[in-house]
Design a protein around this ligand. Structure first.
Ligand SMILES: Nc1ncnc2c1ncn2[C@@H]1O[C@H](COP(=O)(O)OP(=O)(O)OP(=O)(O)O)[C@@H](O)[C@H]1O
Ligand SMILES: [Mg+2]
Length: 500
C-alpha cells in the first residue's frame, strides 16, 4: 500500500500511509485507539476506498472497489467487531459469499457435502461443534474461529485479522497462533492488529506502527521490545507503573451478597459476596458462565432460584432497568449489541441510561447532557472530533470508552465490567485502571470479568474463579498467582470447591 490517505468528515483517518507485506510474513499493525489501523485494513479488504494512494499486489496496481473484489484477489478481512449472520448455522456462515470456492457455480451443495466441508475447515481451527450449531449460541471466542474458517474457505493469500484475540482465552489464543504459524508456512501473508504486546512479540516477523493516521516506523522482530513499541505508538516514553498501586484496608461492609443464585442452564446455584470498595475479579475460560452470571444479577436473564442482596436489602432486578434504578450497572462485553446505540452520538449515548435525570420540565436538558459527555470524553480521552460524533464512526477502542463513560457518569453502587479493556490501547488502559481504583476508593463495588490474566492479577482485590458455570474458589490478592488461578480455571480436581 502506497501513500494511502483517507478522510472522514472532521477527521483525517490516514495520511500518506505506506505498508508492505511479503509472502509468508506475519506483520503486526500497532497503534493507539483511533490511530487508523482498522481503516487501513478496511481499504485493503475492499470495504473503504482511499482518497489517495494505491494498492499493489504482486507489483500490479489493483482497484479494490468492494469486499467481493478483494476476496476474489484472495484478500480476506476479519473485522474487529465480528460480523457473522447470527440467524444462520456455522456451516452456512463459513460458505456465505464464497462462490469463488465453488468455481463460480452457485449450485447448492447437498447439506451432507456442505457439512463435511465445513467440518474439515472447522477441524483446522479446532472448532469441535456440530456444523449445524446456530451461530447465535456461540461464545465470542468460537465466533472468531468461525470467521477464520470462513477465510480458509476462501483460499485467501492475505489474511487480515483485526484484534482476533481480544475475545479469546489464553488457550484459544495459543490455538490461533498455531493456526497462524501453519498458514504462514503455507505461504499466506498475515496482517495482525493487536493491542497485546506479548503476543505481538511472540508472533510477528515485523511490526508496523501508526500514530494519529501516520506511519511512524517499522521494527523487525529482533529489534522490537515492549518499550520501543510503546514509545513509537505514543510518541513518548510512558512513565510510571501500569497498574495503579492500591492499599487495601480491612474488608468493608458487604455490598452485594449473592446466595444460591441459579442461572438458567447452570448445574447449581452460585454464592459470593462483594464488599464496599472492592474490586472483585472473575476469572475463567470462555464459556465458564461469568457473563451469564452477571447478566442474571443485572436482571437480563431471570434467575431460577436464589437471591441477591444489595446493602442488606433484596435486589429486585427483573429487568436491566430495575437494576439500574437500584444502582447496579453492567458494561457488557459485546458493546455493539448491548452497550451502545451505534447510530446515536457520544452525547446521546452518555445520557441514555439515565435519561430521567436529564429531564427538565419534560424536555431533555441538552446543556447538562453535553457537559457530562464532554467531561467523560476528556476523562477517558475519547478520540473523536466532537461529542456529536455518531458512535458508529468511532474506532473500536473508543467505542468501549463511551460505554464506560456513560456508566461512570451515573455514580453507581455496583459496577459490573465485562472485559473492560478488551481492544483498548496501552495508554487508555492505564487510564481506565486508574478510574477503576478511584471508583473503588470512593466505595463503589466493582465486579470485573476478565480473560486477561495480567489484568485479573493486577487489578483484583480478590479473584473468583469459575469453571463450567460453578464457582471453583476464590483467591485473595496476596495469594493470587497465575498458576493458582489457572489451576482453578481448568477445573482441576485438586482444588476443593469453596464458597467465595
Ligand atoms: N466511517 C467513519 N466515519 C467517520 N470517522 C471514522 C470512520 N471510521 C473511522 N473513523 C475515524 O478514523 C480514525 C481512525 O479509526 P480506526 O478505526 O481506523 O482506528 P483504529 O486504529 O482501528 O483504533 P482501535 O484500536 O480503537 O480499533 C478515528 O478517529 C475514527 O473515529
Ligand atoms: Mg480498530
Amino acid at each position: 500500500m502506497k501513500g494511502i490517505t483517507k478522510r472522514f468528515p472532521g477527521v483525517v483517518a490516514l495520511s500518506k500511509v505506506s505498508l508492505s507485506l511479503a509472502r509468508g510474513e506475519v506483520l503486526a499493525l500497532m497503534g493507539e485507539n483511533g490511530a487508523g489501523k482498522s481503516t487501513l485494513m478496511k481499504i485493503l479488504g475492499g470495504a473503504h476506498l482511499p482518497d489517495e494512494g494505491q494498492v499493489l499486489l504482486d507489483g500490479k496496481s489493483v482497484e479494490l472497489h468492494s469486499v467481493r473484489e478483494a476476496k476474489k484477489l484472495g484478500i480476506a478481512l476479519i473485522h474487529q467487531e465480528l460480523m457473522l449472520a447470527a440467524n444462520l448455522d456455522i456451516a452456512a456462515n463459513i460458505f456465505l459469499g464464497t462462490e469463488r470456492a465453488s468455481g463460480g457455480l452457485l449450485l447448492p451443495l447437498p447439506r451432507r457435502a456442505l457439512h463435511a466441508r465445513a467440518r474439515a475447515l472447522m477441524d483446522r481451527v479446532g472448532l469441535r461443534l456440530p456444523p449445524h450449531t446456530p451461530v447465535a449460541s456461540l461464545t465470542a471466542g468460537q465466533m472468531q474461529m468461525v470467521e477464520i474458517a470462513k477465510a480458509l474457505a476462501l483460499d485467501a493469500r492475505i489474511l487480515i485479522m483485526d484484534e482476533p484475540t481480544s475475545s479469546l482465552t489464553t488457550e484459544e489464543s495459543k490455538q490461533l497462533f498455531s493456526i497462524i504459524r501453519q498458514l504462514k508456512s503455507e505461504g499466506m501473508g498475515i496482517i495482525y492488529i493487536s493491542h497485546r504486546m506479548d503476543e505481538v512479540l511472540e508472533l510477528s516477523d515485523r511490526i508496523t506502527v501508526l500514530r494519529d493516521g501516520q506511519y511512524v516506523g517499522d521494527l523487525s522482530r529482533s529489534d522490537a521490545t515492549h518499550d520501543k513499541i510503546v514509545a513509537l505508538m505514543v510518541g513518548r516514553e510512558l512513565s510510571g507503573q501500569y497498574f495503579p498501586s492500591r492499599t487495601l484496608g480491612a474488608p468493608q461492609r458487604p455490598r452485594l451478597v449473592v446466595e444460591n443464585l441459579l442461572v438458567p442452564g447452570a448445574p447449581a446455584g452460585v454464592s459470593f459476596t462483594a464488599h464496599e470498595g472492592e474490586i472483585l475479579g472473575f476469572a475463567g475460560l470462555i464459556g465458564a458462565g461469568r457473563t451469564e452470571l452477571m447478566q442474571t444479577i443485572f436482571g437480563i436473564t431471570p434467575a431460577l432460584s436464589g437471591r441477591v442482596l444489595l446493602d442488606g436489602k433484596a435486589l429486585r432486578a427483573e429487568s436491566a432497568r430495575d437494576a439500574i434504578n437500584q444502582g447496579v450497572f453492567l458494561a457488557p462485553e459485546d458493546r455493539k449489541q448491548h452497550g451502545l446505540v451505534l447510530g446515536m452520538s457520544i452525547a446521546q449515548n452518555t445520557s441514555l441510561p439515565d435519561i430521567a435525570n436529564y429531564a427538565r420540565f419534560g424536555w431533555l436538558d441538552r446543556k447538562r447532557e453535553q457537559l457530562v459527555a464532554r467531561q467523560e470524553k476528556d476523562r477517558l480521552k475519547i478520540k473523536a472530533p466532537s461529542i456529536e460524533q455518531r458512535v458508529v464512526n468511532l474506532s473500536g477502542g473508543n467505542q468501549q470508552k463511551v460505554v464506560l463513560g456513560k456508566w461512570l457518569a451515573m455514580n453507581p453502587k455496583v459496577l459490573i465490567l465485562d472485559e473492560p479493556t478488551r481492544g483498548i490501547d496501552v495508554g487508555a488502559k492505564a487510564e481506565i485502571y486508574r478510574q477503576m481504583v478511584n471508583l473503588a476508593e470512593a466505595g463503589i463495588t466493582i465486579l470485573m470479568v476478565s480473560s486477561d490474566m495480567e489484568e485479573v492479577l493486577g487489578m483484583s482485590d480478590r479473584v473468583v474463579v469459575m469453571h463450567e458455570r460453578r464457582i471453583k474458589g476464590s483467591v485473595d490478592r496476596k495469594e493470587a498467582t497465575q498458576e493458582r488461578i489457572a489451576t482453578l480455571m481448568t477445573g482441576s480436581p485438586t482444588s476443593k470447591e469453596a464458597a467465595a
